[in-house]
Structures are given as C-alpha cells and as structure tokens.
Design a protein around this ligand. Structure first.
Ligand code: ADP
Length: 601
C-alpha cells in the first residue's frame, strides 16, 4: 500500500510557503549565524588580553599595549562585523517576511474567491477573520524574528561551547553539568502523568470564560432589558474563578519541577567555583587558572540567554503550527469547477435542467430536480414558503455552490464552462442584507463599475432614489459609511441598488430586498427596482406577492421542488399553495391597514 505523502509542518512548511523568497530567508539565517560567530570572538580575544595582563602582573613585567594590539583590533573588527551581519539579517528577514505575507494573503484571497460558499457557512466570520489576520500575522512575526533567532539560538551556544572547550575542557564540562541536569529535570517535569490534564483543563476553562465574555457583550442589550445583569455577571464571575483556579492548580503542580529547573539552569557559578579552587590548589598557578575562571564566569552567565531563546523558539514553532494548519485547510478546499478555458456569455436566457443540490452535511435536498426556462429580458418571480429553496436557486445560478446533478445554463452555456469573473460581470445581485463597505458613498456605488465617471455615479444614485438623501449629508458623496452615518436599512439598500444600476449587468437577481422596509422606503425601492430591471433577465425572490403580480413568470418553490410555474391568474386557478399565500398576504395587508388607522385614531 502506497503511503500518502506526509504533509510538511513547522519551519519546513514555512519554507515551502516562502516560495521564491526562500533565498532571501536563507541569506538572512546565514547572516544571523555569522553574527553569532562575530559575537563570540570578542569573548575569546578579551580572554587573551586578560591572560596577558595577569601574566605580566605575576611575572613582574611591564604591560605593553603592543603585545595585545592584534587582539584589540580583532575585537573591534568582530564587533563591527557583528553589527553589519545582524543589521543585514534583520533587514533581509523583515523584507522576506512582508513579501511572503503579501503573497500568502493574495493566495488566500484568490482561493476564497474560487471555493464553494459552503466554507463560509461551515466557518464563522470570526474564525475566517482570525485566520486572515492573526494566523498570517503570527507567521510574519515568526519569519521576521524567530526564524533568524532559531539559527542564532542554535549557533550561539554551539560556538560558545566550542570556544569554552578550546580554553579548558574540564571547566567546560563542569559548567555544562548544571545545564544538562536542568534539562533532565525539565523533561521529567513535562512528562509527569497529570501535566497534560492540567494544561487541557486550563485551556478549556479559558475557552469557556472567553465564550461567556463574548456572549455577555453580544447579549448586553437583552440582558439589560430583562434585568438579568447580575445573573449573567455571576456566570462570568464563576467562569473567571474556575479559570483562576485552573491556573493556580497547574502552577502548583509544576512548581517543584520548574523551580528545580530554574535553580540548576543558572547555577554554573556554584559548580565552577569549587572546581576552580581545586584547580588552583593543584599546581597550575594563578596566571594560568585565574583568567580562565574569570572567562568562564563571564561567558557562562551569557550562555543562559541563547539557550532560553532556543527553547522559546521551539515553543513558538509549535504555536505557528496551529495557524499553519488552518491556513492549509483553506488552501486545500476544493475549488468551484471550471471546464475548459472559460467561455464568454453573449445571450442571457437562463435554463435549469433537472438540478438537484443539498448543502454539505444537511442531507436535505434544497433543490430537487428543478427544471426551468427563463427567456432573455423576462421578469421572473420566485415565491414560496420560507425554506422552499428560493435563495438556493439564486445562489446556484451564481455558482456559489457545486450542484449535485443536472445543469445550469446561461444563453446555452453551462455555467461550469464560464470563469467566476465572467459570470459575476453579467449578474447584478442585490442581497436581502445589502452590504455597504466602510468607504465613501461614491466608492460604494462605484464598485458596480470602477471605470464610471462621477456623473454616472450620480445618475445611478438618482435612478435608485437615493441621490437626495446623499446630497443632504454634510459630506455628500464623500461621506464615509459607518454606524454613525445614520443611514437606515432601506437607504443602504438603495445605495446597493445604485451600485447594481451602475453595473448594468444583463441579469439581475433581487433577493427579498423589500422584506423589512417601511412603506415609504418600499415604494422608493420598488421604483428603483423597476429602473434597474428594465430590459434585463430578472429573478426576483418575492416576499410581498402584490409586487410581482405582473411578472412574466411566477415560479412557486416548495420543499426544494418547483411546485408550479405560470402567470398570476393561471396560478390563482391551478395552484392551491399560491392561492393560499396570496390570500394570507391580503389578510396581513388589510390587518396592517386596520392597525394603522386604529393607531392614528
Ligand atoms: P428560501 O430562500 O425559500 O427561504 P433557502 O433556499 O434559503 O429557502 O433554503 C432551502 C433549504 O436549504 C432550507 O431547508 C434551508 O434550511 C437550507 N439551507 C439554506 N441555506 C443553507 C446553508 N447555508 N447550509 C445548510 N442548509 C441551508
């Protein structure tokens, strides 16, 4: 049986993602290693100078600068080269990190445009945001800083130990002994049977506490209205206490092991001094032993930092693995099919042929063997009870999802043979919840056609019945849309319609766009729709049945099936479901009228 190719992780996966920037990154790491060498050399030369001073002192000679001048020059040059290498390494690694980040973000964005919309249903907005911002950012920090630190964290202790061995192998072994012991203790502490259980408990308590905080903030208005502040706060307090307890438990559990680890890790002096006393007593003489002891005391205390860095880097690399996995998960999502090179659409009639589709994991057919034919330039209304499959039809036409069986054609061309950009260029979609970006109103409308002049933007706003409202704002078309702009839902809806009018696409899809608008807004929106729809192939997902009675085709969707097709009068005759819906709508409208006149009285 052939083994599946093992997926790369950590640094090797990062190097894969680095792509063309790998060379820059390798150069940065090499320079970082070189900088570690130049950082160690001065310790060695200073040891030489020290040795010469003590030799002169014990021999009663006059100290001559000439005897150490070469060492001093080497020290100065090394310090200079250290600075140059460290600086160049940081510049290169930061440059590479931002280039890699740019490429990765573009890759993720492009990928997001090519995958099925099911991904967005399965993953919350929060988790996608976390992926695109935090996970990618973490990679930048790792590449720009930690990656070179890895190189230096390995090289520095290695070169230091080599230098220590050159100076005196016995003192080297003595100073390494406590470090070795501390690592053994750490290993034993990490392997303790309940360690993982404590860590998991701490992570679970933290996640629960964060969940409660988010729920508390989101539900604040409801909590206030129903006076549940104290109760909700008590839950938050309980979760916070549980988290604090889990942190204490974990800390106590690890206290002995970690305490011993830190005690040994920094205890070289305790081991070095007795060894030095023994060496001094056993002949070698002060002039030889003293500079060595001083050298070891200074250098060994500096060994702690790079060794700790080495451990931190290995912790960091485990952390980025979680983010890398999420990034890979997105990069590996199956893409929406494109058969061939991508055809151009020239005709705009719409045909569904026995189309069936179920959302991932739902098991229910949201679209069940649906066949329909909508002529170019016709106005078509999709009606039916909630959950009937109306929005699904619209989303399938946009190729947001891959259908299970059947085919969808525009102008006789299967949408799987059309690129995403060609498809969306020809369809204007006004969503139920129109999204307005936090940008100027002009730019929000211009998104429909980036080439449009300001006059065209204005004309679109006028056609959408929103120009007057925009011009009444202090900054007019330059107003940045935000929560404080004070635009109502209906007004935002009309900005979205202006965007669609400017796009001037031959197919228009309107999704229950007037469902929640007030009477005045609805009239304005309806008027804007008429202008947007003129001469286009229109699919309108209708909530208010009165507005679609003149449609060329009314398609009744129920339980994912196309229950009936026809004009209003035909359907009133032959389709019981449609008749019931129209009657229910009439009753609701007259109830609203009665209620309004009662309120006014
Ligand atoms: P309508 O627009 O007529 O209200 P939809 O097309 O939204 O109906 O829904 C049709 C069916 O598909 C319903 O059973 C609904 O619960 C289900 N559905 C809709 N969107 C999703 C989704 N993103 N994931 C899973 N099921 C969905």
């Amino acid at each position: 049986m052939s083994k599946a190719k093992k997926k790369k992780e950590g640094i090797s996966r990062l190097m894969e993602l680095a792509g063309t920037k790998k060379k820059g990154l390798t150069a940065a790491c090499t320079l970082s290693v070189l900088s570690s060498v130049f950082k160690i050399i001065p310790y060695f030369t200073i040891y030489g100078v020290l040795k010469e001073i003590i030799r002169c002192y014990s021999a009663g000679d006059k100290f001559a600068f000439g005897s150490v001048s070469t060492l001093v020059i080497i020290t100065a040059v090394s310090a200079l080269l250290y600075g140059i290498c460290a600086y160049s390494s940081a510049m290169l690694s930061h440059g590479a990190a931002f280039d890699i980040l740019y490429e990765l973000r573009m890759k993720l964005m492009e990928k997001m445009g090519r995958i099925s919309s099911g991904y967005y249903t399965a993953n919350t907005q929060g988790s996608i945001k976390k992926l695109l911002i935090e996970d990618v950012e973490q990679i930048e920090v790792f590449i720009a800083h930690s990656m070179c630190e890895v190189a230096s964290a390995i090289a520095t202790p290695l070169f230091t130990i080599i230098v220590l061995f050159i100076v005196d192998w016995r003192l080297t072994l003595v100073s390494l002994l406590p470090i070795m012991l501390s690592f053994v203790i750490l290993g034993m502490a990490l392997k303790k049977p309940d360690g993982a259980k404590h860590q998991k408990n701490m992570a679970d308590c933290k996640a629960k506490m964060e969940g409660t905080i988010i729920e508390y903030i989101h539900g604040m208005s409801v909590i206030k209205i129903f006076g549940g502040t104290k109760k909700a706060f008590r839950r938050y307090e309980t979760d916070m206490n549980a988290f604090t307890k889990s942190v204490h438990d974990t800390a106590y559990y690890n206290a002995n092991g970690m305490g011993l680890y830190y005690a040994f890790f920094g205890a070289q002096v305790l081991f070095l001094l007795p060894a030095a006393i023994i060496m001094l007593g056993s002949s070698a003489g002060y002039a030889d032993v003293l500079p060595k002891i001083l050298f070891f005391l200074v250098v060994c205390s500096g060994l702690k930092e790079p060794l700790e860095n080495m451990m931190n880097v290995s912790i960091d690399s485990t952390k980025i693995n979680v983010g890398l996995k999420r990034i890979d998960d997105l990069l590996e999502q199956p893409e929406i099919t494109l058969i061939g090179e991508g055809k151009t659409l020239t005709q705009f009639d719409i045909g569904f042929d026995k189309v069936s589709f179920a959302y991932d994991g739902s098991g229910i057919k949201a679209c069940d063997e649906v066949s329909l034919n909508l002529p170019q330039g016709s106005c078509n209304a999709l009606v039916g009870p909630s959950g009937g499959g109306k929005s699904t039809i619209a989303q399938l036409l946009l190729h947001f999802y891959e259908i299970g069986s059947g085919s969808i054609k525009i102008g006789g061309v299967d949408i799987r043979e059309v690129t995403h950009s060609e498809l969306v260029k020809n369809i204007a979609y006004v969503f139920q919840d129109s999204f307005v970006f936090s940008d100027t109103i002009e730019n929000n409308i211009r998104m429909g056609n980036t080439e449009a002049s300001f006059e065209q933007v204005r004309a679109a706003a006028e056609a959408a019945n929103i120009a007057e409202t925009i011009e009444a704002l202090p900054d007019g078309y330059q107003t940045i849309v935000s929560d404080s702009t004070g635009l109502s839902g209906g007004e935002k809806q009309r900005i979205a319609i202006a965007r669609a009018i400017l796009k001037n696409a031959p197919i228009v899809v309107l999704d229950e766009a007037t469902a929640y608008a007030d009477a005045e807004n609805e009239a304005k929106i309806q008027d804007a729709f008429s202008k947007l729809s003129k001469g286009k192939t229109v699919i309108m997902i209708a909530h208010r049945l009165k507005t679609i009675q003149n449609a060329d085709n009314i398609l009744v969707m129920n339980g994912g099936k196309l229950a009936a097709v026809g004009k209003h009068d035909e359907l009133m005759d032959k389709c019981e479901l449609y008749r019931d819906m129209v009657n229910a709508n009439d009753r609701r409208d007259s109830w609203t009228m009665r209620r309004l006149s009662y309120d006014k009285a």
